[in-house]
Design a binder for this molecule. Structure first.
Ligand code: GLP
Length: 246
């Protein structure tokens, strides 16, 4: 595990954006595509802004980049402002030159969810697996919507969103009474199978869970703790989020 601590989220996000662009280029030198799985939430917003800037400046082509995302609400229209589809398009994909056939954002509107989730796993494998997984972390240690209780071998599936997460989401959700309590998420196993994982956490309210994830025991109580088992995971933290690490 590598831990990098920055003065603030702006500096951390800039650094990670540069690192990701280099990583993408490195991957594309070795193989014909680079598969990236994106996170939502407040943590990656500056990262995506910085990525857009660098990609335009460096003229990095997105031709061979395949995009997946981590999670999506069940029953929320992908075009709705509350959907994670909307978030990813709005914060990143609408601003870069990428063809639709390379975009695989999760849909929360499928009739046969089990079949759909299995098809996502198959698709990721077909592309050769995830090269770069971007993550945030929930206050309760969730990654994607793998809430406490999620098992290490879990795959893409339908999950219940915890009460704690619903209360956090209510701050950003337009129409807070209507927050869904189910989602689709890539599983812990799916995330751990990614070749490189980058987790961002900013602010004091993440300090406790960051300590638990990095220094606590590995297990279902804190799903992010499973990242301790990954060979190539990097934590991008600001001073506050790192303040409880020993
Ligand atoms: C959300 C998402 C996660 C995200 C996390 C942290 O509920 N499902 O993918 O990483 O919570 O969000 P934030 O970055 O806003 O703290």
């Amino acid at each position: 595990m590598k831990v990098s601590v920055f003065e603030n989220k702006e500096e951390g996000s800039k650094d990670l954006a540069l690192l990701l662009v280099n990583k993408i280029q490195e991957v594309l030198l070795k193989k014909s595509n680079c598969v990236i799985s994106l996170a939502t939430g407040s943590s990656p917003i500056i990262l995506y802004k910085e990525l857009i800037k660098i990609l335009k400046f460096k003229r990095v082509s997105f031709k061979n980049i395949i995009i997946f995302n981590l999670d999506e609400f069940i029953g929320v229209d992908p075009n709705s402002i509350n959907s994670y589809n909307y978030y990813i398009n709005n914060h990143l994909l609408n601003h870069i030159n990428i063809s639709n056939e390379n975009i695989n954002l999760l849909s929360g509107n499928k009739k046969n969810i089990i079949e759909y989730c299995n098809s996502i796993e198959t698709k990721i494998k077909k592309y050769g697996g995830i090269d770069i997984q971007i993550l945030g972390i929930g206050r309760n240690g969730h990654i994607g919507f793998n809430e406490p209780g999620s098992k290490k071998n879990s795959l893409t599936r339908k999950v219940k969103i915890s009460r704690d997460s619903i209360s956090v989401l209510s701050k950003d959700f337009k129409n807070a009474n209507n927050i869904p309590d189910e989602a689709i998420t890539l599983g812990i196993n799916t995330i751990l199978s990614a070749k490189n994982v980058y987790l961002m956490a900013w602010g004091l309210n993440k300090a406790e869970i960051i300590k638990e994830a990095l220094e606590g025991s590995i297990g279902v109580a804190c799903p992010a703790s499973f990242l301790q088992l990954h060979n190539d995971v990097e934590f991008y933290l600001d001073k506050n989020a790192s303040s409880k690490l020993s």
